[in-house]
Design a protein around this ligand. Structure first.
Ligand code: SAH
Length: 372
């Protein structure tokens, strides 16, 4: 028996995982394959696909569109950033926007997308809307990839309780030939290629019936830049934005600065701690102290190498301990966050106590003892 469903009795088919999850997983796999930065979900309903896609790290812009504002509003708060997103801002930027409007109308906010998904949407469109749909999606939005899924009516006799259509709001349900004819004609008109697949396998021996959900993946044949699309196609805004969330990101200087300051202080504290334990171990013996080469176990080999090779040694003077910024910058996380030494200096200026020449992070030892 096919792993995608359980056949109970002779005619009742139950998909496992449920078909909507298989459709969403199909889109997620496509995102992982093509790595689009900007994805729009048309007919996004309760935003469940968007909620799944916001975890795909390649995506920087996510937009949803639906003609029913209420269905979007029900769960749109689940697209907002969580406290953890502020505590640990991501390296990528992410903006999620929901628009209220129809796929039969063009709006400039829908330009510049790499992937447009229309999952179980077209069968909800009135004839007049379906006629306008290709010009809006393929002609106007013109993304690199469009995914369209729709019920395959040939599968309906195998589904329990389906009389005419699978849902009372469906305006039609196509068989495989009808969908493929429409899709091939649309692809031809707008210079796309299309491949057909689906989710929800038919039972063994009934392969001719096809997938329960039929899917067309359209790929634009010729490259087209977002800017050229925008400049060629001036249109007035007709959609209403009902939700917008800008996720905290290290691309935003204010979050980057916080992250760098925390990482610099954290790194400097560990180096200082190791240095102090070593000094304590040596006691007051000035000869041993002067031979000091910190050998520190966890950061350790790495730090020791820096100290020995590059003479970037932390040192104590009076009641202060000094950790050279160059040493801190050499640590991979600080280095990756800042990119350049100059950027590190700029981001921590005035936020971290430095030596008078600005070359080292300075901590007071007395202060530390008082705290303990
Ligand atoms: N894509 C969702 C749900 C599809 S149900 C999923 O994968 O689960 C179809 C959705 O299309 C409904 O939310 C409906 O309100 C919306 N819809 C119907 N006509 C539309 C139109 N002309 N423009 C935009 N959305 C439309």
């Amino acid at each position: 028996m096919d792993k995608n469903f359980q056949e109970e009795f002779t005619q009742i088919i139950k998909f496992k995982p449920p078909l909507y999850k298989q459709r969403h997983q199909f889109v997620k796999d496509l995102v992982e394959k093509y790595k689009p930065k900007k994805v729009a979900d048309l007919g996004c309903a309760d935003c469940s696909l968007l909620r799944m896609l916001k975890f795909c790290s390649c995506i920087e812009v996510l937009a949803g569109l639906d003609i029913c504002a209420n269905v979007m509003k029900e769960k749109m708060h689940t697209l907002s950033p969580l406290p953890v997103d502020y505590l640990q801002p991501s390296e990528r930027s992410l903006t999620v926007t929901l628009h209220h409007g129809s796929v039969a109308h063009k709006d400039p906010c829908m330009l510049g997308f790499d992937l447009v998904t229309c999952i179980e949407l077209i069968e909800h469109l009135e004839e007049s809307e379906l006629k306008k749909f290709p010009a809006v999606v393929f002609g106007f939005m013109a993304p690199s990839i469009v995914v369209i899924s729709t019920p395959n009516s040939e599968f309906n006799p195998l589904l329990p309780r389906v009389m005419l259509y699978r849902h009372p709001d469906h305006k039609f349900e196509w068989n495989q030939a009808q969908f493929q004819t429409w899709a091939l004609e649309t692809a031809r008109c707008y210079d796309y290629s299309v491949e057909f697949t689906g989710v929800g396998h038919p039972p063994t021996g009934m392969e001719k019936v096809g997938f329960c959900t039929q899917i067309g993946v359209f790929v634009r044949k010729y490259p087209q830049t977002g800017e050229s699309v925008q400049s060629e196609k001036p249109t007035e805004a007709v959609y209403k934005t009902v939700f917008k969330a800008v996720y905290p990101s290290l691309k935003d200087e204010k979050y980057l600065q916080n992250a760098v300051i925390s990482e610099v202080i954290f790194t400097a504290q560990i180096i200082k701690h190791r240095l102090m334990s070593k000094l304590e171990e040596y006691g007051d013996d000035p000869e041993r102290k002067s031979q000091f080469q910190p050998s520190m176990d966890c950061f350790s080999d790495y730090l020791e190498k820096l100290v020995v090779e590059k003479n970037m040694e932390p040192f104590v003077s009076g009641n202060e301990v000094y950790i050279p910024l160059a040493t801190i910058f050499s640590f991979p996380k600080v280095n990756r966050l800042c990119g350049t030494f100059e950027k590190l200096c700029k981001l921590i200026a005035g936020k971290v106590t430095l030596s008078s020449d600005g070359s080292a992070v300075m901590f007071s030892i007395e202060h530390e003892n008082e705290e303990n």
